[in-house]
Structures are given as C-alpha cells and as structure tokens.
Unconditional design. Structure first.
Lengths: 190, 190, 190, 190
DNA sequence: TATGAATGAGCCTTCATTCAT
DNA sequence: AATGAATGAAGGCTCATTCAT
C-alpha cells in the first residue's frame, strides 16, 4: 500500500528541522521524524542513509536559509549600524526557531569527527559575513588588534545568540538590544 | 570545597567527572562509571536515584572546584587587569579538563526542565564573580550601560571559553590572550 | 537447454544466477538482482511471485545447464573411465561457478518444505546419470551390493564436490584427481 | 524484577542448540532463543557479545560433545570394523539432533571469514580421528594412494552423514548400514 | 507492461534500572 | 550496604513486497 507523496524530501527536511530543533539529536528518533513527515520509516532511508546523515543535511539546510537572509543584508547599502541591528534580529529569530539544531552543532563538535567538516562550512560562511562588518568598521575607525581574529569572533557571536536564546521568552527585545550593543562594542563602534 | 565524607561517594564523583568529561552524558553508561569508581552498578543507585541525578551532581561538584579557585582570585588584592588574566587562565584550563561536562550543560538546558535549576546555581555564582570585576572596572571608568547586564555577560564569557576550547590544542596560548582581551574589551578596560 | 523466449526473463535469470551464486540466498536482495538485470524491482515481481520462487527457478535453470553437459557425456561412446573424469571435471567447474547456489540448496532443504520438490527433481536427474555409470561398471565387474543405492550415492558425489570446492583455489587439479579416484573407488572400478 | 536463574549459560547453550538446529542461523532470532532459554534478550548479551558469537560457541559446544564420544571409541580396543560401525552410529545420531547447525557450518564457510577458524578446529579434530582409522586400516592392508588425503576424506564422511540425515526418518537403519559400508569401502576394508 | 518510491514488520543490540543475595 | 545478573523497552536500520503512475 505505498502512497504517492509529493515533495517527500522537503517534508522530511521540514519534519527534521522541527523535531531536531525541539528535541535535539539524541532524543529524536527516526520514527518520530517519519510520523511528523507523514511517511514510513523506510522512506526516510530512501533519502538519507542514516540518522546522522539526515541530521547533518537538516543542519545545513537550516543554516542555508539563514545565510540567504544575512547575505542580503550584508550586501545592502544600509549603514553599518543598521546592518548589525538587522543581523542580530535575523540570527536571533532563526536560531530561536531551531534551538536544538544549534546546540547539537556544538555537542557533535566534541564527539564526531565527521561534523568538523559540516561545522567548518558554516563557520566559514559566518567568518565571511563578520569580515564584511569588520572591514566596514575598519574603514571608519581602523584599529582592532587582537580581536580581529575573525574566525574566533564569528563563533562567539553565534554562540552568544545561542545562549541568550535559551533564556526566557519575554525579554526578547532587551536581549536583542543587548546583543547589538555587544557586537558593536566588540567591533569598536560604540 | 566541601569535604566529601564518604569514601564511596567521593569515588563515584571522581569517576563521574572523569568519564562524563571525556564522553559526555549520552555516551557514558552507568557500568563505565561504576567500573571507574571500582564499585558495582547497584551501588551507584544507593547514592543517586538515576543517571541524570548523578550527572547533575557531578556537574555541580565540578564547577564547585572551579569556583573555589576563581573566588580566591576575585578576593585577592591583585590589580583588575591581572585578575582577568588569571580568571581566563583558570577557566580555560578547567573547562578544557571537562569538555563533555560543559557541553551537556548546554544540551540539557534545551531539553530538560530540571536542569534550569542546576544551571541557575552555576550562573548565579558566575554573575557574582563577573559583578566583582565589573564593579572594580566601574570604579576606574564608570560607564557601561547596556552591557552591564551581568547575567548575560557572564554566560557569554563561559560560552566563549567552551567554544574556543573545542578547537585545536596548539593555539592555547593565543586563545587565552584573545579571551583576556575580549573580556577586557567588554568591560571597557582597554 | 530450453531457449528462453522472453528477453526480460532471461536477463532476470542470468542476473539471478550471478548474484545468488556469489552471495547466497540470504545476502542477496531483490534490488541487487534487479539492478544486475537492468530492470526495476517491480518487474521482477511480474515474472516471479516472490524471492523464493525466483531463487528456486534460478536453481533449476542453473542445474539444467549442467545436466545438459553431463547428459552429453553420459550418452557418448567414451570408455567409462574417461566418462568419470569428464563428469568430475564438469561438475567441479559448474559447482565452482555457483558456490552460493549449491549451499543454499542444502540450507533450504532443512527449513523449507517446498524445496524438497525442487531438490527431488535435481536428485532424480542425478540418479539417472549415476545409474548409467553404475550399469556400465556392472557390466564390467558386477558386484556392488549395498553401495548400489544409487540415490544416496549420487547425493554424496555432489556433496563431495561442494565441499572440496569450498577450499582453496590452488589445488583444483589435485582435487579433481582425488574426486575421480573417489568415484571410481566407490564404483569398484579401481 | 530480575529473576535469579540457575545455569543461565547452560540454558542458553541448550536453547541455542535446539533453535539453531531446527531453524538454522538466519531464521533464528535472539528473542526466540531467549524465550526458549526462559530468559530476557538482554541476558543473552551478558553472556555473548553478538548473535554470531553465540552461534559459533553453540557450534563448538555441539561438536565438543560429539567428539568426546568419538574419541572414546577411537581409543578403545575394539576391532576396526566395530569402531567404524559405532562411529557412524554416533555421528548419525548426533548430526541428526542438530541439522541446522551442521548446514550453517557449510553455509558460513562460504560467506564469513571468521568461521574458517571455527571450521578448521572441527576439521582438524576430525582428521585426527579419521587418521586413526586409516592407520589401523593400513596396518591390515596397506595400500590406499590418492584416497589417503585424510583432510578431504574426513570432510566427505561428515558431509555424507549430513546429507543422508536430511532425508526421511524411516530409513535410518538402512542409512547407517549404507554409511558404514561406504566408509569401509573408502578405507579399503571390504 | 515497466517503474521505483513507499511501506512497515521485524531484526539485532543497548543500557538504565531493579532486586535477590 | 554492596553486588551484578536479569530485565525489557526502545532505537536504528533492512528489505521483501505493493501499487499508483
């Protein structure tokens, strides 16, 4: 009794993002994802060879969406100050949507060698973005020595967002203000 | 550092720190801890009702040790600048020793409501420490508005350490310099 | 050797022989056979109702080929001694080509009642062949009492070939000599 | 609710022999063995790390028992003729008890490299036994050339027993007579 | 008729937890 | 209080089979 299903891959991805986001990697099982996607477990394995591979793909897709939005802002003609505000805004919202996904990213980094590659991709995208900001900052006030190690900086920014996100929902506005100020502080813009 | 009276309890804790640190929560099983502690699995359950409870206790103990050292520095008469360097030094070393413990802290925060309490304790201790630094900074240069939300700040510092730690081993010295500069930057000390 | 009319059916059979021979029944899956045959899995089921049925058919086909060759020799005018040598030669080669097929034959015999029929067909063909040899032997030297239970004898011969085949590749020549001597011994021809 | 069970290992082995014998390796699942042994599945894994390991052990145990009996006969003072009769008798009975076990032995030989070792052990034991018979035969009538390749011979004898066993139950007496004659024939004792 | 994605029962294995000793 | 064997639910994954196109 095989059904005919439209956009299976997309449905898997959406189900994956949803479930992994809420429960994290370990507490998510394939049956749950399948049910959420409205398909059979076996079907999952027609698209991804393993739970891990599925997760990594979900992770990538998820960040892809975010980067798409961030890139648009980075390439816009808005003033740096405004860009940072928007950056924080988007990152905050996106990361908030997929809590578990972000954390697993950190967790895996500690246990699974394969994820290093996955992480590197994401980090590199991020570094580029931060670099743009930093270069814009430099042209205005050119002197950040140690802190200019962009790779580390970019990680910290993401992490900061992850952590603040895990707190209560009510203070979102405050959180964002704080983060924007934080980033500007780091970039010597205040 | 509260003296652990019972010999068995202490052995469990030490074994727990050791194993959880290396493997993280999920990849650690009770048998391994028992073996490491030189006792039987059943005995574990005479002291802790569940794996989770055991883990939370381990987590607390583990930070306890770190805070003991940090407090000493905070209360010392060293100049603020020096204090920060030592802080970063100790935190870096301690966190490095217990990778898995730190990451799980983040992971759990997302899935388990019970850990919030555990985390709060740790965070509160941290906030106090950061507060001390900030107050010292203020007395020297009194003007950090938004950033003064200590709670958030303290989290960011810990997180920063976690993340940088997960990278390669070789750059430890550089990492620490970066972090110290980072903290000072945030505290308007540069 | 019955001509296979349909192209698809033949391709399935050839693929089946190839794959089952190498991997045996359990380790072969329908997808692999389909791929090897260059058709879709579904098509397999248009020709055979189940994997087992497919296997049994493959088995039959496979022996069919062998018997075709053996019959030719049995019906030839060569001396008995020469016939036996050729028999062993062909059987050895054929069985060697389809390891997995032979073993499964034994395996199934133990678990599946349906295969009995399949086996019986093969055995009967074999008995006839052995009978021919024995009768020729008898006319020369007429006295094998107990051993003349052809049915059993024929099985033993095939089995012997199966077993010796599973050994190393290097000793093929020796093996064949041994087997020929073995058969002659049994038939009181030495 | 862990029960206290006596002789778990023995019960596992007996259950294993029973189930594997009837169903063979592939068609046997761990749950069935556990149920047959009256224990939980997990308990199985307290004694054997995997299904395969369990099977190999069962195999070994099973033959051990048989060899114990065969050795006794080989070392007795009975006449060669009588020994052979007893050999066949015991082998026939033992192999009959554990159909599937024997066949899997052949099957695995074809697919799993690890079993080669297992098989070698059994074969070597067998060769020794056959050697004893052959040497006794030789001292009486010393001339078997090609057939004296004991290794191959011993395999054929076991195989012969396996195959004849798989037939109907009614002819047991006849089968045994046939086999004894067969062995004697091979050993030039008739 | 051919296709191949969908199905889901079922397998091996793990491991936190229990409890008779 | 300590032991560690027993437990069994649960998870990842496979694959013969079906059926809408």
């Amino acid at each position: 009794m095989p059904k005919v299903i439209d956009d299976v891959e997309k449905r898997i991805q959406e189900a994956g993002i949803k479930v992994f986001s809420v429960r994290g990697y370990v507490d998510t099982d394939m049956k749950t994802i399948a049910k959420e996607a409205g398909i059979a477990v076996g079907t999952l394995y027609n698209y991804y060879p393993s739970k891990k591979e599925l997760f990594f793909n979900i992770l990538e897709i998820s960040w892809e969406e975010t980067f798409f939005q961030l890139d648009k802002i980075a390439n816009s003609q808005k003033p740096l100050d405004k860009k940072i505000d928007l950056f924080v805004d988007i990152l905050y919202k996106e990361i908030n949507k997929r809590q578990g996904l972000g954390f697993e990213l950190i967790r895996f980094n500690n246990t699974d060698p394969q994820i290093k590659t996955e992480l590197d991709k994401i980090n590199q995208r991020f570094e580029k973005l931060i670099l743009v900001l930093i270069q814009e900052a430099d042209s205005e006030e050119a002197e950040h020595k140690l802190l200019s190690e962009e790779a580390k900086l970019s990680k910290l920014v993401v992490l900061s967002l992850l952590v603040l996100n895990s707190d209560c929902e009510k203070e979102q506005k405050k959180d964002k203000e704080f983060l924007a100020a934080f980033v500007k502080r780091i970039l010597y813009l205040d």
